[in-house]
Design a protein around this ligand. Sequence first.
Ligand code: ACO
Length: 330
Amino acid sequence: MVPGTRVGLLGLGAYLPERVMENDEWTALVDTSDEWIRKRTGIQRRRIAADDESTVDMAAAAALGALEDSGLTARDLDEIIVATDTPEVFIPDTAAFLQARLGAPEVPAYDLGSSGCAGFVLALDVARARALSGDRKVLVVGVELLSRLMNWEDRNTCVLFGDAAGAAVVGRGENAVEILSARAGTDGTRSDILGLEVGGTRAPFSLDRARRGEHKNIVMDGRAVFREAVERMASCSTQVLDDVGVTVQDLALIVPHQANLRILEAVRDRLGATPEQLYVNVQEYGNTGSASVPVALWEARETGRIKTGDLVLLTAFGAGFHWSSMLLRF
Ligand code: ACO
């Protein structure tokens, strides 16, 4: 590597479907209320993809934004990574469709599939390693079309989610948003606490299961997820700060996975950060899985919440359980 050349984010992009669904719309569909949803989650509305929109449509829109922001085209890409729990089809992966859609060269393209809400930050770290080892320009996309796969009759889960896509190009560049440190982890002993079981080899898709609606049943122990999310995001974040030798007070902004306002506030308190240091947009978009961190980071930059030189912490947690944190310098 050329001394002084930074490896990091060269550009950011995001895509949010046009349709806005307010909490009140849920009250006509399930036994819930705007008050319950706001109080327990902080969510006020979310975006829902149009019927003719697919995962790849959303991923491509975010990717084109990130490429333009980087001053690059798809022809410049050396690798593509897609983090998603809601793929275009079961086989092959969404990254293959995205490579074709973008007209990118015949470069390696692969999904960090079913990696839950922590997938995007982990994919950024993989991209950083690839850029360090081979001077590659790597497109990283976090995309979820959760409204298409969730059970619209299960009030425990349906009110939480929204659709979105976010993207970044990772590579070397004097103006790159430098990735200073990244950490991630997995506790697979907790894999039964949050997931979608039907469709894999354990419970293959069948007409009987579909008639019972099991293919859309997101299994979730909300309280266990809540506790673990707070603990893991806080401790993983502390590790990346320690790696670089900075403290929470040095951070301009914390951009966490937007799961639930109460989770975000608990992580903030655990870290000893101030309300001004926490970026929150869960009220607008709900939980958009692996898209939530790139969308929030893009939005924070677009709205002037981040300046050159700022230290920004990303942190995410999701099914697996998987978690990941990353420290950036803009
Ligand atoms: N409307 C009204 N009532 C509801 C709804 C709803 N949409 N959903 C659940 N309830 C009911 C429950 O049935 C329960 O009723 P009961 O007491 O009669 O059994 C009651 O509300 C309270 O349930 P609690 O579990 O006490 O509610 P809690 O305060 O824990 O909030 C929530 C639930 C919002 C799911 C919370 O636990 C949470 O956010 N957990 C994290 C889950 C999460 O973020 N999942 C997303 C994927 S993972 C990730 O992104 C990190």
